[in-house]
Design a protein around this ligand. Structure first.
Ligand code: F6P
Length: 534
């Protein structure tokens, strides 16, 4: 969907909404570089996906302010207008203590929920103390949202004219039907419609499982939703979590819960049946618990397809490709065949399994030695967690072994580059490579795979994609692999390298059409209208 159409449809369907998006990660962090302050874009899928939505809907984004200069550049309530020069939305930063971060972010969110939900044989480290901090931080986020709702209400009362901008009057929908709930929201403290701007609370991800509960305690009429970006595990796995009841009860305070794919919705509904004996309606995917109904739906997240496609074909990217071909600063060994991966350095991303497959590829097809190079781009992540430290050491060890095994005086097969690059540089490598490998052991969606498809404008390459990434449900024309099956994985890389251009074009253009049909604007529109219809 074009962004102009998105804006019009949102206005027409939902009226003049005050969107409050809430996530742990902020879209832009302000960092001191020496004495200067630099605005640094966050790299995770969540922030990249939601940024264009916020720019278009001009809402408020509440997130943890983790940059070293975040406090200095924000006002006394933690607010700053972003992005610089455009100032289309407000970022409201929450400042957490070191203890909050250790217990809530590194602790419960990323040492319990992350491994539990990804089911990748990394044992969650359960710790009830960390859960208490997780809960407290969720309450801090809820307090900040409530404060924001009150501020917006004050602003609105002092300038009621803004209510005239609503696309439909309170009490009827875009088609003029009467609505019992009157718009998306009844407003804080029970006021309905009229001059009150429609607050839309959209929580993001596994850091905020308990937040809705505190918001409903403040006002049970506020409409609240959450999108869970990561997988939801099967009920057997989930049942080992000591805080499973608290997590489910927190989540069921939302009116709408979105997951990436239907399988995650089903896992969640089964957990509600198993653990809470809640009433699940399998016909309309809803759960009724303690008298409150929550709708559960899948919304596969996507990318800004048109933007990426145009950027990949831009003069800037052409120039970068030219420079790489003349003098590649990153890939030193020469190659005839190039394979590329871009991952946050995380044990769920299947990097070890991919290196093992490349080892097998070079062993099985020795004619590729001296001609094939694989570059692993990445950024370090969550480095204060032991499992991540060990993982980074394991990757380095394996890369060194493989390079030692096959390397010659002027060639080696694996290049690692673990610093963040500009998007244009990644797009240049996407256009240059013969295969792009995206092989997580388990992933909610994986937006890198969609980014790659939209940038393969010359149909030069082929996507090798894990069956265990949510994206494989839509990108079924990629070469799908089970990353645990080294033999088949190596074979699929080989097939990708030698696939004809016609076949690549046929498959890639089909996948491009699928992404165009459901880009990031469709995703946000589908979610927000589903919330509206509840
Ligand atoms: O959905 C998982 C997610 O929140 C994505 O946004 C992103 O890929 C990653 O986790 C970011 O993690 P962090 O915010 O811990 O760097």
């Amino acid at each position: 969907m074009e962004k102009e159409r998105f804006n019009n449809l949102i206005k027409e369907k939902l009226g003049n909404i005050n969107l409050i998006v809430v996530s742990n990660r902020e879209p832009i962090a302000h960092e001191y570089i020496g004495k200067k302050i630099k605005a640094v874009k966050s790299i995770g899928g969540l922030t990249i996906a939601l940024e264009p939505i916020m720019r278009n809907l001009h809402g408020t984004w509440i997130a943890y302010g983790g940059g070293s200069a975040d406090k200095v550049v924000s006002d006394e309530s933690g607010k700053i207008k972003l992005p610089e020069g455009e100032e289309s939305y407000t970022l409201k930063r929450i400042f957490l203590t070191k203890n909050d971060l250790n217990e809530y972010y590194y602790g419960y969110a990323n040492s319990v929920l992350w491994p539990l939900c990804h089911t990748v044989y990394v044992k969650p480290v359960f710790n009830s103390g960390q859960f208490l901090s997780y809960d407290e931080v969720n309450k801090k986020f809820a307090d900040s949202i409530i404060e924001e709702i009150k501020v917006q209400k004050e602003l609105h009362i002092s300038s009621p004219a803004s209510s005239e901008k609503h696309g439909f009057s309170a009490g009827e929908d875009a088609e003029g039907r009467e609505q019992s709930g009157q718009g998306l929201n009844s407003g804080a403290n029970g006021e309905r419609g009229g001059n009150v701007l429609e607050n839309v609370i959209w929580l993001q991800d596994y850091h905020l499982a308990r937040c809705a509960k505190y918001l409903k305690e403040y006002d049970e009429n506020i409409k609240i939703s959450i999108f869970w970006h990561i997988p939801w595990p099967n009920p057997e796995i989930f049942s080992v979590c000591p805080e499973k009841m608290e997590l489910l009860e927190g989540l069921l305070a939302n009116d709408l819960i979105g997951f990436q794919i239907i399988y995650h919705c089903q896992n969640f509904l089964r957990a509600c049946e198993w653990e809470l004996e809640a009433q699940v309606n399998w016909a309309d995917y809803s759960v009724t618990y303690k008298g409150h109904k929550t709708k559960v739906m899948s919304f596969p997240i996507s990318v800004d397809a048109n933007y990426l496609n145009h950027l990949a074909k831009s003069e800037d990217v052409d120039k970068i490709i030219d420079n790489i071909q003349k003098n590649d600063e990153i890939i030193k060994p020469s190659y005839e065949f190039l394979a590329v991966s871009v991952d946050r350095l995380d044990y769920t991303k299947g990097i070890i399994e991919k290196l093992m497959a490349i080892d097998r590829l070079l062993e099985k097809y020795p004619e590729l030695q001296g001609k094939f190079v694989f570059v692993q781009f990445g950024v370090l992540s969550r480095v204060h967690i032991d499992a991540y430290k060990k993982f980074n050491d394991d990757i380095s060890g394996l890369i060194n072994n493989i390079n030692w095994k096959y390397g010659t005086s002027d060639w080696y097969p694996i290049v690692r580059y673990f610093k963040q690059l500009d998007l244009e540089v990644y797009l240049a490598y996407y256009r240059l490579c013969n295969v792009m490998i995206v092989s997580p052991l388990h992933d909610g969606m994986n937006l890198v795979s969609k980014e790659y498809i939209m940038s393969d404008t010359d149909y030069n390459g082929m996507l090798i994609l894990s069956r265990f990434a949510g994206a494989s449900k839509e990108m079924y024309d990629a070469l799908l692999v089970n990353p645990f099956d080294t033999e088949c994985f190596a074979e699929k890389i080989y097939n990708g390298l030698f696939m004809s251009r016609e076949e690549k074009e046929r498959r890639i253009s089909k996948m491009q059409n699928i992404i165009m049909e459901n880009d990031i604007y469709d995703w946000a529109y589908n979610f927000l209208t589903a919330l509206y219809l509840i």
